[in-house]
Design a protein around this ligand. Structure first.
Ligand code: NAD
Ligand code: IPM
Ligand code: MN
Length: 364
């Protein structure tokens, strides 16, 4: 059969360091399971590209990557070179919108051999399996809007404002996806992030749509928390959560917090999905370009590797996905002699950890 065509965009900072490890592991899985993968590498969507061309993307970017089966993405942003809102709205956020990737799936799981910084009430450590949630983030509208503006610029009466946009279509489709994910999991538990006490128009609307959708899923146990106390619950009882659905901004915040509760954001993956498959979906780690550690070769590549597994799953290769997840777990396993990067308490390099996971995939 035809190989899958993957558009590879490494981007900035540690994106360029973790991407080769992601590909190393994808290649190992492809060999092991007889999957054809063809990579096309693109240098745009990076701040270096911006410095050369005065923009983040070439005019024909859609034609260049829109026909691929998936986009494998590193991280973008280098605030010393290009202001973040320019680099991000000019690339990643554009991909999410233009390719209608309205679901952003972000699992957070406590892995074996990793110590969670959040402990139980009695002070004892959380065990693997105890934290196992999936955040479903709305990814194309909400608080991330470019509607608004600045008035009376430069005067003492300067005003800025920005609209939050929620459409019934946009809210319902991500809620439906979240309910389906919840229904497919043993606990069948969905938590909705809200703030309908303070954000008095859009958030009550969100709650209303959740209630309407819940009537179609009587088998799913639904609850909701305001985002402020929800963040507290993530820290104090992360074991309570199964599937958590949130608007664009709340989902963003929770998807750094969830993985941080499981030890490090360096392992967290994300899948920006166009479930209709009219456009390519985009797979990237949750983390950014990490300027503070970039160039040192110590970034944790697991987030990049795990989202590669999600990409293979989305392309129909469940077994390969499971093998990569199993390889990650076996390498992290307590007592495993495998290398660990500094964020996991070790001294290993990005490449050493990537290679160990690739070797483990080959043996599965
Ligand atoms: P960040 O995720 O890049 O870094 C936050 C902290 O986590 C840093 O201390 C960093 O060293 C650490 N960290 C992140 N990934 C790690 C890994 N794989 N291994 C070990 N440690 C890791 O967030 P930031 O500092 O807020 O953002 C830096 C830049 O990245 C900004 O330009 C921001 O806009 C951009 N960003 C991009 C994406 C994306 O491409 N999806 C996501 C988040 C931030
Ligand atoms: C993420 C990032 C992006 C977001 C930024 C870089 C615009 O934080 O993918 O989580 O807010 O969506
Ligand atoms: Mn984020």
């Amino acid at each position: 059969s035809q190989p899958h065509r993957i558009a590879v965009i490494a981007g900035d900072g540690i994106g360029t360091e973790v991407m080769p490890e992601g590909i190393r592991v994808l290649d190992a899985a492809a060999r092991r399971f007889g999957i054809g993968l063809q990579y096309d590498h693109f240098d745009f969507s990076s701040c270096d590209y911006y410095e050369k061309h005065g923009k983040m993307l070439p005019d024909d970017w859609k034609a260049q990557i829109g026909g691929h089966d998936a986009i494998y993405f590193g991280a973008v942003g280098w605030p010393d070179k290009v202001p973040d809102h320019i680099s991000l709205w000019g690339s990643l956020l554009m991909f999410r919108r233009e390719f209608d990737q309205y679901v952003n799936l972000r699992p957070a799981r406590l892995m074996p051999g990793v110590t969670a910084p959040v402990v139980r009430r009695d002070g004892s450590p959380r065990q693997p399996g105890e934290i196992d949630m999936i955040i479903v983030r709305e990814n194309t509208e909400g608080e991330y809007s470019s509607i608004g503006g600045r008035m009376y610029a430069g005067t003492e009466r300067e005003i800025v404002m920005q609209e939050t946009v929620m459409s019934r279509h946009g809210v319902d489709r991500v809620l439906r996806y979240a309910f389906e994910v919840a229904r497919s999991r043993p606990k069948k538990h969905l938590t909705s992030a809200t703030k309908s006490n303070g954000i008095a128009i859009t958030m009550p609307y969100w709650d209303e749509r959740v209630e309407a959708m819940a009537r179609e899923y009587p088998d799913v146990k639904v609850d909701k928390f305001h985002i402020d106390i929800l963040t507290a619950h993530f820290v104090q009882r992360p074991d309570f959560f199964d599937v958590v659905v949130g608007s664009n901004l709340f989902g963003d915040i929770l998807s750094d917090l969830g993985p941080a509760c499981t030890g490090t954001i360096g392992i967290a993956p994300s899948a920006n999905l166009n479930p209709d498959r009219r456009f390519p979906s985009l797979f990237e780690p949750v983390h950014g370009s990490a300027p503070d550690i970039a160039g040192k070769g110590i970034a944790n590549p697991i987030g990049q590797i795990w989202c590669g597994a999600m990409m293979l799953d989305f392309l129909g290769h469940r077994q390969a996905h499971d093998a990569i997840l199993g390889a990650i777990e076996s390498v992290l396993e307590p007592g495993s002699q495998a290398p660990r990067t500094p964020d996991l308490g070790g001294t290993a390099s990005t490449t050493e950890l990537g290679q160990a996971i690739a070797d483990a995939v080959a043996q599965r």
